[in-house]
Design a protein around this ligand. Structure first.
Ligand SMILES: [Zn+2]
Length: 276
């Protein structure tokens, strides 16, 4: 299965592929109406607009770093996942987007190993049943995804940070695929690189995720970038990844639409034809 990811309404409606991931809510805080028949993507704690408006809502690292777009290693602002008001509003937004169909959650989890050390998170961890902070963080994120799943009647997909090394997702973000599995229908892993001048890392990560998620029933969709790559190269990369994933979604700007169309045509031509 091949589809596209876009924030462009026209491309979402007319673009190539069997399915469309549509950015309904983006990490910069931009929001647009969800698109019927698309898998609408909602940024969870990645919300630069909210963090710019009130930097105190940004997750806080152990060294005092706030998760703002200006902080090293952070491309967008990330709200603290225990901010109750934000969480409640986010769940409402997910419910509204979910009324249009399937939902993909992005920027799930804490924005790094040492986050969040705000006073509220310290208090909650102290008051929790957990001795281990990573276990507590994982419980916070899992409970959120469980609540989101209750608000979405259609399929719910969770985006994972692209690190399949055992234990790393949990330590980094509080994401535990095995714990999330009962709440989601699939996982999406972005393995994006402009041009894919080298591809060994894409194959290694895809293989790692296939192994990590292999025993789970949830599907695996790999997200690739169509920027700066030609169709032959992108189709060749996809072919090498196909043993490891159920579906591929190509991040597509309007200018890349023809590349993606040609890529999907090449891949579709590979499929065995039924003899009559
Ligand atoms: Zn916090």
């Amino acid at each position: 299965m091949y589809g596209i990811l876009t924030d462009d309404l026209e491309l979402a409606r007319t673009g190539p592929g069997e399915f469309t991931h549509f950015f309904a809510e983006y990490v910069d805080g931009t929001r647009q109406d969800p698109l019927e028949d698309a898998i609408n993507s909602v940024a969870c704690w990645g919300d630069t607009a909210t963090v710019r408006e009130d930097p105190a809502r940004a997750a806080l690292g152990a060294d005092g770093t706030r998760a703002t777009p200006d902080a090293e290693g952070h491309d967008w602002g990330t709200v603290c996942p225990t901010d109750s008001d934000y969480r409640a509003a986010l769940l409402e937004r997910i419910e509204r987007v979910g009324a249009a169909g399937d939902v993909r959650l992005t920027t799930l989890g804490f924005p790094g190993e040492t986050f969040c050390r705000c006073k509220r998170c310290d208090r909650r961890f102290e008051a929790s049943e957990y001795d281990d902070r990573d276990a507590w963080r994982t419980a916070v994120i899992t409970a959120f995804v469980a609540d989101a799943a209750e608000r979405v009647a259609s399929d719910l997909l969770a985006t994972l940070y692209p690190d399949p090394y055992p234990g790393n997702l949990r330590e980094r973000a509080g994401l535990d695929p095995a714990a999330l599995e009962s709440h989601v229908d699939g996982f999406v892993v972005p393995l994006c690189g402009v041009g894919y001048g080298t591809t060994y890392w894409v194959e290694s990560l895809a293989r790692g995720f296939a192994r990590e998620l292999g025993d789970l029933e949830a599907t695996l969709t790999i997200q690739l970038s169509a920027a700066g790559v030609d169709a032959e190269r992108l189709a060749g990369l996809t072919r090498r990844l196909e043993p490891h994933a159920d579906a591929f979604v190509y991040g597509t700007y309007p200018g890349d639409a023809e590349t993606v169309r040609a890529t999907i045509d090449l891949l579709s031509a590979d499929e065995p034809r039924l003899s009559v």
